[in-house]
Design a binder for this molecule. Structure first.
Ligand code: MTE
Ligand code: MO
Length: 355
């Protein structure tokens, strides 16, 4: 049973919010998010890990099992890629009712330069058996979720696992992974929502049938009723965010700017196709104008955008909206589901413009 709530967040949600922080939106100014400002989501506890003794076991429907140390992974061909990660639950706290979970506003996103080695050659080395259909990835962390005692574990269909950009990463922004981001090694699946990028990776299992673990079958499904099997959450939907302009009040975080030209800036991303367009509304969604967009940092990373706003005195609601190459745009209101996932509704920022 999913417990749904409306109204204020409770102490259980506050505990999650304190453990798992979002990107402060002003940090959208950095093309590569400094590691300490990157959002964080850990379902259970950060496990106690020892990089020197670490092994990643590759087994299941393979010709030959492998057991890889961190040095083994480091000595393999190395790739560094800027990749935007976003939690599938981003925006959850703005939905009503919401499930008791991590109560994100909108900052569950970040872009890091990840360094690691491609997964596909490792699977080829192990020798995929003809009956292989999926690959499951297990983390070292253990917890009870939905009444199920588990290790955090997610799977990918074989063709997704074999894509060139799927990496086993051991560095973030040129530094060994921090404990909270999956030290010593995590999976990176560019384009997919955050839950796919399994941290503290201990085991890679090749399966001859779809994996039926909790995080695949119960968690990360789009359902509107409990007994509906639902669609799986996969790739990131288009979204844009702006750096809230001006200065905030404390603690309400109301915002103020001076009248005159204000340069609005932000980032836009999608895991489905290239971002093609970003629009801005400075009149609460009545009218929209195109922002200028910068080149992307890479095929799986966000694009910067900017828009020169002539701010006139008054109380204003700003909005921004991204469209990707599939033609999908952000909706004004998010479609509701039990897990409050894939909320990519347009951001609204209220600003008082002072004369
Ligand atoms: N082992 C493990 N991997 C995990 C998680 C977890 O709780 N345990 N959380 C997932 C979720 S839901 C997200 S959104 C991302 C967050 O990655 P980050 O904390 O490095 O930003 O990690 C994913 N990988
Ligand atoms: Mo997530």
């Amino acid at each position: 049973m999913v417990e749904l709530r409306t109204g204020d967040v409770g102490l259980d949600e506050l505990n999650q919010a304190g453990r798992n922080h979002s990107l402060p939106l002003e940090a959208l100014r950095y093309p590569i998010t400094p590691a300490g400002l990157h959002y964080l989501l850990i379902h259970y506890d950060v496990p106690d890990t020892d990089p020197a003794a670490w092994r990643v076991e590759v087994d299941g429907h393979v010709a030959q099992r492998l057991s890889l140390s961190i040095d083994d992974l480091r000595s393999r061909p190395t790739v560094t890629m800027p990749v935007t990660l976003e939690c599938a639950g981003n925006g959850r706290a703005l939905m009503s009712p919401r499930p008791v979970s991590q109560p994100w506003l909108q900052g569950a996103v970040g872009t890091a330069a990840w360094t690691g080695t491609p997964l596909a050659p490792i699977l080829r080395e192990a020798g995929l058996r003809g009956d292989a259909v999926e690959v499951a990835f297990r983390g070292a962390d253990r917890g009870v979720e939905g009444g199920v005692d588990q290790r955090y574990e997610r799977s990918l269909p074989l063709d997704e696992a074999m894509r060139d950009e799927v990496l086993l990463v051991h560095e973030m922004n040129g530094q060994p992974l921090l404990p909270q981001h999956g030290s010593p090694v995590r999976l990176l699946v560019p384009g997919w929502y955050g839950m796919t990028h399994v941290k503290w990776l201990t085991r890679i299992r090749v399966l001859d049938q779809p994996f039926d673990g909790y995080q695949m079958i119960t968690g990360y499904r789009l359902r509107t009723e409990e007994d509906d099997p639902g669609e799986p959450v996969t790739r990131i939907r288009p979204r844009s965010l702006m750096i809230p302009p001006g200065w905030p009040s404390f603690p309400e975080r109301n915002r103020f700017v001076n009248a005159g030209e204000v340069m609005l800036r932000g980032r836009a991303w999608s895991g489905r196709a290239r971002i093609e367009r970003v629009e801005v509304s400075t009149d609460g969604g009545e009218s929209w104008q195109d922002a200028s967009i910068e080149d992307e940092l890479g095929p799986f990373a966000w694009r910067g955008w900017s828009f020169a706003w002539s701010a006139e005195p008054g109380d204003i609601e700003l909005r921004c909206r991204a469209t990707d190459g599939t033609g999908e745009s952000q909706p004004d209101e998010a479609a509701w589901n039990l897990g409050a996932m894939e909320n990519n509704a347009v951001q609204r920022v209220r600003v008082t413009v002072q004369a």
